[in-house]
Each structure stands twice: as structure tokens, then as C-alpha cells.
Design a protein around this ligand. Sequence first.
Ligand SMILES: NC(=O)C1=CN([C@@H]2O[C@H](COP(=O)(O)OP(=O)(O)OC[C@H]3O[C@@H](n4cnc5c(N)ncnc54)[C@H](OP(=O)(O)O)[C@@H]3O)[C@@H](O)[C@H]2O)C=CC1
Ligand SMILES: O=C(O)CCC(=O)C(=O)O
Length: 523
Amino acid sequence: MIDGSFPIGARMVSRDQGFEAHNPTTGETIEPRFSVSTTEDVAEACALAAKAFDTFRETSPEDRAAFLEEVASQIEALGDELVERAMAESGLPQARLTGERGRTCGQLRMFAAHLRRGDWMNVTFDTPLPDRQPLPRPDLRQRRIAVGPVAVFGASNFPLAFSVAGGDTASALAAGCPVVVKGHPAHPGTTELVARAIQKAVAAKGLPEGVFSLVQGPANELGAALVTDPRIKAVGFTGSRAGGLALVALAQARPEPIPVYAEMSSINPVVLMPAALAARGEALAKGYAGSMTLGAGQFCTNPGIVIGIAGDDLDAFARTAAEAVEAAQPQVMLTAAIQGAYDQGVDALEGKNGVTLLAKGAEGTGCTLGRAALFRTDAQTFLGDPEISQEVFGAASILIAAKDMDEVIALLERLEGQLTATIQLDDADVEAAEPLLPVLERKAGRILANGWPTGVEVSTAMVHGGPFPATSDPRTTSVGTAAIERFLRPVCYQDLPDGLLPKAVRSANPFDLPRTIDGSPEN
Ligand SMILES: NC(=O)C1=CN([C@@H]2O[C@H](COP(=O)(O)OP(=O)(O)OC[C@H]3O[C@@H](n4cnc5c(N)ncnc54)[C@H](OP(=O)(O)O)[C@@H]3O)[C@@H](O)[C@H]2O)C=CC1
Ligand SMILES: O=C(O)CCC(=O)C(=O)O
């Protein structure tokens, strides 16, 4: 049941001031009105999180794994109501949201399995050498502990997998960090349902109430209060470049600066190598149109630019892609503001000298509809106008004609940091593609061959990150098991008596963790 309240620890809190959810498909408001959390609510959530921290971080890996599994089960127990509410609030279709729920629960269970494996704790012993000359070596034991309470900002474009119980929350809880979520105001009912599920899981597992709280509201002050609360020690965010940078600035200006892991902006270049373009240009063009229009283009992995060598093959590719884009039906976008920003971005590209509109998707008569748009330009125009390379969030993309591979490399060199970079190539292209690799490695977190960047695998080897502005910290990922590392820090224990040591680094190894002893794996 959704009643517009929000959980602060074990309580559901209601406030007089309210805001509404809107159905982007119909433009109507959706019941009920939602309470706007106050800055006092933020402070209480953070105080409870700080109080819970020492107990929660010292739970065994097994207990935290069971808790994450309980969260997944509680989300599944919400049944159809969750998917129906998310559809109404986001305009995303049922199949997408059912899949996203599966991805969310699968992600929680993946972290449970990761916790049980134990290597994430990096337990490392340097055994004492009392007789070493000229100085003895002490007994040194390292493990990684949780950094502290974490603030998570739900994303508009993934109401489940990058929101209340998404990757940031799952990885922070796995690390042993209590979490305070700021829900995205575009889907407050979905947010409340998932928050209630986590609150239930906390109670079912007998954990301290401050392990999870949620604040809701449409105003920047709430997020600012959360990021600047001294009890918060790290931040996870997916959203706009302006929003992410605002949070980074707030976090850096604190008396105690903290890390912000913001995933922000990416145009995901795709390079069409000559042999692949000649051999299968039509299939590539159709794949490209499918990837750029998927989910109204509302993916940070959306292919925003495609680069090929000018000539007949690229012209044929452009014609097929344009036909596919023209046939694309308009799709409901997440919010009127996001659609407005998209239309503005498309208008700006249409007004650029040297940029040609190749195709627009079909027109529609509904609310909040986004029409796909495909543009073409040449390398010199692109290189001369940095504005053309700004992300237009939605189903817009630019085909760039380069005169040769040197110009392709010049284009790639000019790009900002990216989440992904893709090469479409056949065997005959491998040698010519070799010089691209070092450039792409410097630019992107994930390099793909013969695929499309939308749709991120949630796994151990995944990197969903990259140099600025793709993220605010290129050293890590927000998807996959490595995401836990954002919320851990190493501690070394020197000569502590066994009885005083935390269980994880006691000699008897009560959690049965994998350990490195004097530089070698124990078993
Ligand atoms: N690259 C990507 O992955 C994505 C990019 N976008 C881009 O972002 C645009 C807006 O979409 P949206 O998803 O709402 O992203 P925003 O970055 O605007 O908002 C995301 C969250 O951050 C909060 N926030 C934003 N700015 C601040 C601030 N200065 N201080 C404190 N909190 C802040 C918002 O709170 P509140 O709204 O309550 O103020 C919201 O909860 C889109 O049009 C698109 O261009 C969106 C989604 C994903
Ligand atoms: O493509 C995906 O699966 C993830 C995309 C993403 O992280 C985003 O759009 O914010």
C-alpha cells in the first residue's frame, strides 16, 4: 500500500507539505500526495545511520548476504503492484520494468554471493619476524571495512535497478554501510514501495533500524542537506552532469570532504570499421537504430555518435539508419522536463551549421512523447564545435563522416571521458583497429566489439564507469561486484592480541575467509 509517507528507520513519517507523481503517458496526477521530507528528517535518518554503523558493519558476511537476499524476496513479494506503479510513473513498458525488477533482485543476490566468497575483504597477514635484523617485523593484519553511512540518489531513468534498491544501495549495504536514499521525485510511489520492502527486510533480520532510511521531495535542498550531513561518508548518484557536479562541489566544500561516485554523462562513440561496413552495413544500421531508440534513448549508454569513413558504404549505412529512425514510433519519455531538455537538444543540433538532419521518428499525438532524431556531420565540423559533442539525453544520435583512420583517431582523441566505446569490425579490420585501442582505453570504462552499448551485464568483470564526465571518479564502477570497493577502506592491525582483533582477522578465521599470508594465498 502506498500512502505517501517515507521510512526513517523503523517509522513511517508523514508531513503536511506534499508533492505529486505524474503519469507521463496521460499527463494526469497519480494518487496519493507524497510527504516532502524536511531537513530535520534528513538529520534524523543520518543520526540513525551513524548509530547503526558499528553494529551493521560487524555483521558476518553470511548475515549480510542473508539480509540482501531478504531484500530481494521482499521486493518480489510486492508482486504486480510494483511493476504497475513503476509503469504509471515512468511511462516505461511492462516488459522493461519486469526485466528491471529481475535485474535489481539478481544484483542483490549477486552481492550476497560475493559476500560469501569473502575475497572482497582482502584479508592479508604479514606474520611477525621477531628475529629479523636489524629490526623485528611486527604482526600486521589488513582487512577492508565499510566507510560509513552512504547517501544514494535514485535515478530517473531506472526506477528500480538504479534507484532505491539499485546498484549503489546494494553495494553499499554489502560493504556494511547504512544507506539513506534520496528518492527521485519522478517516481515516488515506486520509491515508497521498494523502501518499505527494505524496511521490512531490516526488521525481519533483526538489524538496527538505521541501516536504511529514505527521504523524498522535489527540492534540491534535501539532497544538499544529505550530502553535507557530517555523518554521511560517501555518495552514490546517477543523473545529470549539472546535478552530479553540484553534489561533488557540496561534498568537497564540507569541513570533511567525502567521495561522490556520480555517473553523469556519456555519448558512447561507435566506430564503423571499413570491412565491417562494406560487408554488413545494412545490419549494422538496423542495430544502431535499435540501440539508439531503445527506451526512448533514455540510457546513459545510448550510442550518441557513430563514426565511419566517408564513401558509398557510409552513405548506404546512413540511408538504412534514416529509414529505420523514420519508422520508429514516438515513445513516452520519463518526465515533461526530460522531454523538454531533449527537444531543446535536438533543436540546437538542427540549428548547427554543418549538421544535417537525416531523419526524425514518426510524430505522435500523446503526452511527453520523444521523437527519435538522426543527424549527420563531418569530422571537421564536429572537431570545430564542442557543443555538438554534448550529451542529448534521449533518442538522438549523430553520424560523423571522417576522411580516413587518422581523422577517426583525431575525433576519438577530442572526446571527453565515456562509459563505453564500441568498434564494429570484421577480421580484415583488426590490424587497422589496433591504433584505436590505446585511445579508447584512455577514454572509456568499457570497450565493446560488434555489439551495442545499451544493456549492461551485471557481473564480476563489468565496468560501468569511466573518466570524467562519464563519472566523477574513474577508478571504479557502479555496476558489478567491484562496485562494493567504493564503500570500503583498508585498516591494518599491528600486534593486536587475538582476543581484541575483529573476527575477520583472528587467527582461527571464524568466517572462513580467503586470506593472503606473507604474499601467498593461504590454501
Ligand atoms: N547520463 C545519465 O545517466 C542520465 C542523465 N540524465 C540527464 O539529467 C537530466 C535531468 O534528469 P534527472 O534524472 O532528474 O537528473 P538530475 O541530475 O536533475 O537529478 C537527479 C537527482 O539529483 C538531485 N539533484 C540534482 N541537482 C541537485 C543539486 N544541485 N543539489 C542537490 N540535489 C540535486 C535531484 O533532486 P531534485 O530533483 O529533487 O532536486 C534528483 O534527486 C536529463 O534530462 C538528462 O539530461 C538523467 C538520467 C540519467
Ligand atoms: O544500459 C544499461 O543497462 C545501464 C544504463 C545506465 O546506467 C543509465 O542509463 O543510467
